[in-house]
Design a protein around this ligand. Structure first.
Ligand SMILES: [Zn+2]
Length: 335
């Protein structure tokens, strides 16, 4: 008996356990619980192929699929980690930041990048919900100020993807002060007549909704995103009434005039290209289904890089009327 339980069973067990399979190869859809292979999920930009549920996506992954050929330059955010109140709840605030940095591989809850979409230069800011709930603290405020300054310097539009639970309570009043601070920064953008486009993603709530996330010249949102100041549960408890179905979801807000468009993630890049080019008074993009520009009118500088299709998930992208100076806009030619 001892021999069987002590020797044979562990031996058999070790033969049949799959030791080398990492646990994160499969993800469950948050909505329909379908098992999704990580590669399939990455290809669909974290949208469930089964039920179309838009799961959260890290800003870096989003930018890789947003920019032409996945190429972008990261913009450094000034100022390091700080803990002005020396805040501590169950854990120290500094330890929470360290843990968030380890988990996400990012320095703060916002990633800034400059690059081109559809051959139009833009500044992009992506909020990372995985980093302390995408909370708005001093660093995120600084990121928005930096993004505005950079947009003014480059005369480029600012595209912001919001995802946040609100202000970062560990920074108290200083976090709340980021609401007027970011609003003032966006005013500089307005004075220079540069477009500010917001893409609201799930969830965008609290102080972020009460400041920069609602100040876009164009307000887009992803399907199913929760957007509001206080959450539905808090409102329900306060007014003691049942809220209508879909309350504070993007489709509901669109129906009630709070949003300009609700756009599927797979169409977002094309839509942003059209909007940005329109607002920057550039000719409209030529869609990928059309015939590629012939070498005759492609200009001198076009080194004919037909393989330059958006390899990194740029969804066909937009090819632009040939511009001699930029050969890399070949996003059109089907491979
Ligand atoms: Zn699903």
């Amino acid at each position: 008996m001892n021999w069987i339980s002590n020797f044979v069973r562990p031996k058999l067990g070790s033969l049949f356990t799959r030791r080398d399979v990492p646990s994160n190869l499969w993800h469950n859809c948050d909505s329909c619980s379908a098992m999704l292979f990580h590669r399939e999920l990455a290809q669909s930009l974290n949208v469930c192929p089964n039920c179309d549920h838009h799961m959260q996506i890290a800003p870096r992954q989003r930018f890789e699929s947003l920019f032409d050929l996945g190429v972008f330059e990261e913009i450094r955010i000034p100022g390091g980690a700080r803990d002005p109140l020396e805040f501590r709840d169950k854990k120290r605030y500094t330890d929470r930041i360290k843990a968030a940095r380890n988990d996400t591989g990012e320095k703060e809850a916002m990633l800034l990048a400059s690059g081109r979409i559809g051959d139009t230069p833009i500044i992009a800011a992506g909020q990372d919900f995985a980093f302390m709930g995408g909370s708005l603290g001093i660093a995120v405020g600084s990121a928005i100020v930096t993004a505005c300054r950079e947009a003014i310097k480059q005369k480029a539009p600012l595209v912001l993807f919001s995802a946040s639970g609100g202000a970062r309570m560990q920074e108290g009043l200083l976090a709340l002060m980021q609401m007027p601070r970011t609003t003032a920064a966006l005013q500089m953008l307005r004075e220079d007549r540069l477009p500010f486009i917001v893409v609201l993603t799930h969830p965008t709530t609290g102080g972020v909704t009460a400041s920069y996330a609602m100040l876009g010249d164009i307000q887009l949102a992803e399907p199913g995103a929760l957007i509001g100041f206080a959450g539905p549960r808090v409102i329900e408890q306060t007014i003691r009434e049942r809220l209508p179905d879909g309350f504070q979801r993007s489709a509901y807000l669109h129906d009630h005039g709070m949003l300009d468009r609700v756009t599927h993630r797979k169409n977002l890049r094309d839509e942003l290209i059209s909007i940005v080019r329109m607002l920057m008074k550039q000719p409209p993009p030529i869609r990928g289904e059309l015939a590629p520009p012939s070498p005759a009118n492609a200009g001198t500088g076009d080194s004919g890089d037909p393989a330059g299709t958006d390899g990194s998930g740029g969804k066909g992208g937009a090819a632009l009327p040939a511009r001699p100076s930029r050969p890399r806009d070949g996003g059109t030619i089907p491979a």
